[in-house]
Design a protein around this ligand. Structure first.
Ligand SMILES: [Zn+2]
Length: 76
């Protein structure tokens, strides 16, 4: 009795756009980093994402980092 379920294997690289409504859990600034852990997800600004990266990377299921947009979107 072999049944294969058709689950997409592309989930890991699914695009996720963080918006201005997503706020850092630590300081409330706009979030650019989204971390999925076993009991939920965490949002961080670039600063706090870096600060917690070493510790969180050990338990993170996925690490989504859009902080590079900070470097792109800074023209006036
Ligand atoms: Zn922050």
């Amino acid at each position: 009795m072999t049944q294969y379920t058709e689950t997409a294997a592309t989930e890991a690289e699914a695009p996720y756009e963080l918006t201005a409504l997503d706020r850092c859990d630590a300081c409330g600034a706009q979030a650019y980093i989204r971390v999925v852990v076993s009991n939920g997800e965490l949002l961080f600004c670039a600063h706090h994402g870096r600060k917690h990266q070493e510790k969180l990377s050990q338990i993170a299921h996925s690490w989504h980092d859009e902080s590079s947009r900070l470097l792109v979107d800074t023209r006036d």
